[in-house]
Design a protein around this ligand. Structure first.
Ligand code: DGL
Length: 273
């Protein structure tokens, strides 16, 4: 029997689908563009469900698997990237079980942080839902058992990143509060490495850098995700036959005001899903 080469069967126009609750996945898209500029992309923001971080595990799992099921059926992507730590740490395994398309998830960058820290104290900023996941406990046990990992759930930072990209002013006290909440925990004064365990947070890294002050390094998973997508699609044909698309699950003025940011990320068309 002749083997079917999976690369030959890929439709060159089939997009990579990036999924997040809001604009956070754009931090992943930026890295993907840098290494795979030829890849057609559909970016999906489930902004009707934003923020995921305040929802229960059951709510997030139901939303993410329901939406991704409908999206993959309708849009036929070659690969789906769940560009959201909250959705990945909760729903990645179950989504993988039901969808046939390859799925790349977003994992809090605890492993690289453990290799980077000199003081042995790592801060982790995520959503409230992410920081309580056993997925994070397992990463901590596997890669940072000899380190001190301090966690803080910061929904305010998700709102801040959304506001920043819309062009709204953000009170710098929001960033200071996140830094203070980590520093105030026992051992927190020795934090030298901070994991940005929410895809929204690299979008406000400059502001967080100011809030934490010198001597603190930041790490997130976006480079690794982009490399993983490139690896999984290696050798596949690419052809962009229409402008890349951003889909939102709810329209309105807040989406309209993202137009220039979306265009800067190569997402020339915006529509509702
Ligand atoms: N961008 C998402 C993440 O990486 C979460 C934002 C939200 O709370 O919806 O966790």
């Amino acid at each position: 029997m002749t083997q079917i080469d999976p690369h030959e069967t890929v439709d060159p126009t089939a997009p990579v689908l990036l999924f997040d609750s809001g604009v956070g996945g754009l931090s992943v898209l930026a890295k993907l563009r840098a290494i795979l500029p030829q890849a057609p992309v559909i970016y999906v923001a489930d902004n009707a469900g934003l923020p995921y971080g305040d929802k229960t595990e059951a709510q997030i799992a139901a939303r993410v698997s329901g939406l991704l099921g409908r999206l993959t059926e309708r849009l036929r992507p070659r690969l789906v990237c769940i560009a959201c730590n909250t959705a990945s740490t909760i729903a990645l395994a179950s989504v993988r079980e039901v969808l046939e398309v390859p799925i790349v998830g977003t994992v809090p960058a605890i492993k690289p942080a453990a290799a980077m820290t000199r003081t042995g104290v790592i801060g982790l900023l995520g959503t409230a839902a992410t920081i309580r996941q056993s997925y994070v406990d397992r990463l901590e046990a596997e890669f940072a058992a000899d380190k001190l990992l301090l966690r803080h759930g910061a929904p305010e930072l998700v709102a801040a990143a959304e506001a920043k990209l819309r062009g709204d002013p953000v009170d710098p006290a929001v960033y200071a509060r996140a830094a203070d909440a980590l520093r105030a925990q026992p051992g927190g004064d020795r934090i030298d490495t901070v994991v940005l365990a929410c895809t929204h947070f690299p979008l406000i890294e400059a502001e967080l850098r100011v809030a934490f002050g010198p001597g603190v390094a930041f790490v997130d998973g976006s480079d690794g995700i982009a490399r993983r997508i490139a690896f999984l699609t290696d050798g596949q044909p690419w052809h962009r036959n229409k402008p890349d698309l951003a889909l939102f699950t709810r329209g309105g003025i807040e989406v309209d005001r993202l137009d220039s940011v979306l265009a800067a990320h190569g997402l020339a068309e915006v529509a509702l899903f």
